[in-house]
Design a binder for this molecule. Structure first.
Ligand code: PEP
Ligand code: MG
Length: 296
């Protein structure tokens, strides 16, 4: 099976009727890329930047972040690379950044909420991203967006970082700023988030929030199920909004790498998934057996 999957990984993502589905990869550590041929994917759909924030030396400086982002952009060449701003908090505590002792961290100060609370730390990441942007096809993505005002606030901070770099004469570009759709409030009324340059559905969090069953509590794992029809309905709602607004929609949660869920995602109109690198072949193989209406 591994050999067949490795061969499938080399083919472009297609449904049974030959229509294209983009298959991108999720990356948590830049070192992972050394063993991967960029030709197997349509780009990087999610870089989880938390790896930078777990070093024993404390929070990463601008230069460290810039080098890590540039390396991934150079690996991808022309292909798009979507880097997510740090998603600390919830199941991902970061010493010196996250707030200890919240009664329910998944509903607390995580993702963009924390970045906006600590603009001096967010600024360093935004500067490093804008500096890396000329080295490839960069898109920047905000995690855990809940209200449109968070996009506005982050846009202001990104624009300020870009203005600073211009004033300092440092090479940079302003990357497009999109959002994760992983809070049900966004998935229900996505048209209100038209300030986002693109939507990337985070099905892991979207599932846990839609089912009110935590993703890290084994006893409720059967309830925290991306197969619940509510999740596919939310995905379909976001896909339709993307079509109305002219925004790209992709999905970067584990649901997109699971052949059991791909028919429902295709039926929902989704045509881009970002998955763990080892799943690319399996996903392309599964897609090739699915019709454009999601039927086998
Ligand atoms: C998600 O929530 O689906 C997602 C891709 O992000 P993470 O798993 O890092 O929260
Ligand atoms: Mg998430």
């Amino acid at each position: 099976r591994a050999v067949v999957e490795a061969e499938a990984a080399r083919l472009p993502g297609r449904l049974a009727d030959g229509s294209p589905v983009r298959v991108l990869i999720n990356v948590a550590e830049p070192e992972e890329l050394d063993a991967i041929d960029p030709a197997i994917c349509d780009g990087i759909g999610l870089v989880r930047t938390e790896f930078l924030f777990h070093s024993p030396g404390g929070l990463p400086d601008e230069e460290t972040q810039f080098r890590a982002y540039r390396r991934m952009l150079e690996w991808a060449g022309e292909r798009p690379v979507t880097i997510r701003t740090v998603d600390a908090g919830g199941d991902k505590p970061v010493p010196g950044l996250t707030i200890d002792g919240e009664s329910n961290p998944f509903l607390g100060t995580r993702g963009v909420r924390l970045s906006l609370l600590r603009p001096e730390i967010f600024r360093i990441q935004l500067r490093a991203l804008a500096r890396a942007a000329p080295h490839g096809n960069l898109k920047v993505m905000l995690p855990m967006v809940t209200v449109p005002g968070e996009i506005e606030a982050a846009t202001r901070l990104l624009d300020a970082a870009v203005a600073e770099l211009a004033a300092e004469g440092i090479s940079h570009m302003r990357p497009p700023l999109g959002i994760m759709v992983e809070v049900p409030a966004v998935a229900v009324v996505p048209d209100l988030y038209a300030d986002a340059a693109f939507f990337s559905i985070g099905s892991n969090d979207l599932t846990q929030y839609a089912t009110a069953a935590a993703r890290d509590i084994a006893a409720v794992a059967p309830l925290c199920d991306a197969g619940h029809p509510a999740v596919a309905a939310l995905v379909a709602n976001v896909v339709r909004a993307g079509e109305r607004l002219g925004r790209e929609v992709s999905l970067c949660g584990d649901m997109g790498g699971d052949p059991r869920h791909l028919p429902a995602l295709v039926a929902a109109g989704l045509r881009a998934v970002s998955v763990a690198p080892r799943l690319v072949g399996r996903v392309k193989q599964a897609l090739a057996a699915i019709g454009p209406d999601g039927a086998a």
